[in-house]
Design a protein around this ligand. Structure first.
Ligand code: GLU
Length: 448
């Protein structure tokens, strides 16, 4: 069997760590099985979907390295959806309902006060033709619901194991609105069947939907006279480092934001591939290596913790381990040479920070002078250019002998004067890059 999966975002907002995890897992699974990854744009909601969001989604996926083998938009397939919905109507599986939103709310309130679950009572099914005509004559348009079997739907979820949805405790889903607009459910089921999707991989907020969709998909298969149900894998959702759900913060956790912040795409994929699995999170710049190890058997059911600090630490590790050649063109844009990169990379969590250190090295900076006499004395002991790797040790030994300072009292004022910062790269590595002239000037308190 050739694996065919799809990632199906609605272009009503941005990609964020929550929904991109589903994209990544679909992609990894497809690649691990030599399968096909389809990008489907669920844009049936014409009011909320925008081309701009769609473009952003494509740009984000491309940046992350999640290329697709095929792509299409649901808005191009309305005629296919019409054919199937006509067939469902003919079978009595799609039935018209004339309740207004207020009618439905009233019913739900009544059910709640009686302690009943707020499930649609199917009153529309017992309407006479005369009643329907009367509504039509008033100008009311129906919305259309799918008639569920009221039997349990059972499937063997690749992550959750045996999963049961009692369709008797779910309202018959509205598939088509009064204005004729398709909600995403029916198009999604038709597409999954028509495109021979073998595995639906997505968040567990869709588990109840899956129960409903399996019945709709079966009806689509009957209507089309061909097709097969996919398998399902519903992964747990991410929570924040504080144990709270991420939903309120997702705006600030968009992929676009992370790219603007200068994170490496591979740190995002390295983290999201392993969060919620039994495997350790390790820096993995090669996304195909992540794919080779991908296996649903390693995925747990507990919510997975997403910690921005962990992402940043991973980003730093990826940068430190990356060979210079892989970063050379981006570093060149910052004016950072290989020598400078090697000197500062240990203190860089995001690539752009290398540019900040370059500014510190090249100057001008305002030195911070803690002890004027000590620094002036040190200035006179700076060896002549060209400084080398060994120059720092020789210089410090000299300052120590001449001033009697040692430990923090020796190193801290020198670092502050020479870099203007409390912390930073090894002084032995950056001292030769700063050079004798600037070092002397800075130790004398001059902007250099
Ligand atoms: N467009 C749906 C969503 O973004 C797709 C869900 C699915 O994968 O079936 O929630």
């Amino acid at each position: 069997m050739t694996v065919i999966v799809r990632f199906a975002p609605s272009p009503t907002g941005k990609l964020h760590v929550g929904n991109v995890r589903a994209a990544l897992w679909n992609w990894l699974f497809a690649r691990s099985r030599g399968g096909k990854f389809i990008l489907r744009i669920d844009d049936t909601d014409v009011e909320r979907s925008t081309k701009e969001n769609e473009d952003r989604i494509r740009a984000d996926l491309t940046w992350l390295g999640l290329g697709w083998d095929e792509t299409f938009s649901q808005s191009a397939r309305f005629s296919d959806y019409d054919v199937v919905s006509d067939a469902l109507r003919a079978k009595g599986l799609l039935y018209p309902c004339y309740e207004t939103a207020e009618d439905l709310e009233r019913k739900r309130r009544l059910q709640r006060t009686r302690g009943l679950p707020p499930v649609y009572d199917r009153a529309a099914l017992s309407m006479t033709d005369a009643q329907k005509s009367a509504f039509e004559a008033e100008g009311r348009k129906p919305h259309w619901r799918f008639k569920l079997s009221h039997k349990p739907v059972v499937w063997n979820d690749l992550i959750r194991g045996e999963t049961i949805v009692e369709t008797a405790s779910v309202s018959d889903p509205v598939l088509i609105r009064e204005d004729g607009m398709y909600l995403y459910t029916l198009p999604s089921c038709i597409d999954d069947i028509d495109y021979s999707i073998t595995h639906v991989i997505r968040g567990e907020d869709h588990v109840t939907n899956a129960g409903v969709q399996i019945e709709i998909m079966q009806a689509v298969i009957d209507a089309r006279g061909k097709g097969a149900l996919p398998e399902f894998a519903h992964h747990s959702l991410l929570i924040g480092a504080d144990g709270q759900g991420l939903s309120k913060r997702l705006g600030s956790l968009s992929i676009e934001q992370m790219r603007d912040d200068g994170l490496e795409p591979s740190s995002i994929t390295s983290l999201l591939a392993k969060l919620g699995t039994s495997e350790p999170v390790l820096p993995q710049p090669d996304i195909m290596a992540l794919a080779r190890g991908f296996d649903f058997a390693k995925v747990g059911r507990a919510p997975a913790r997403f910690d921005e600090a962990e992402l940043l630490a991973l980003n730093a590790k990826i940068l430190h381990e990356e060979p210079y050649a892989a970063l050379a063109s981006r570093l060149a844009l910052l004016g950072v040479t290989e020598k400078i990169w090697n000197a500062v990379k240990g203190n860089v969590a995001k690539l752009a920070e290398a540019g900040d250190w370059l500014c510190v090295i090249d100057g001008p900076i305002d030195p911070v002078i803690e002890d004027q006499n000590f620094c002036a004395q040190a200035a006179s002991l700076v060896p002549d250019d060209p400084l080398t790797e060994g120059s720092w040790d020789a210089f410090v030994t000299l300052v120590k002998t001449q001033t009697g300072a040692k430990g923090r009292a020796l190193f801290h004022p020198l670092r502050l004067a020479l870099t203007g910062r409390e912390k930073g790269p090894e002084m032995a590595a950056i001292f030769p890059l700063i050079g004798a002239l600037k070092s002397r000037a800075r130790l004398k308190g001059e902007r250099a």
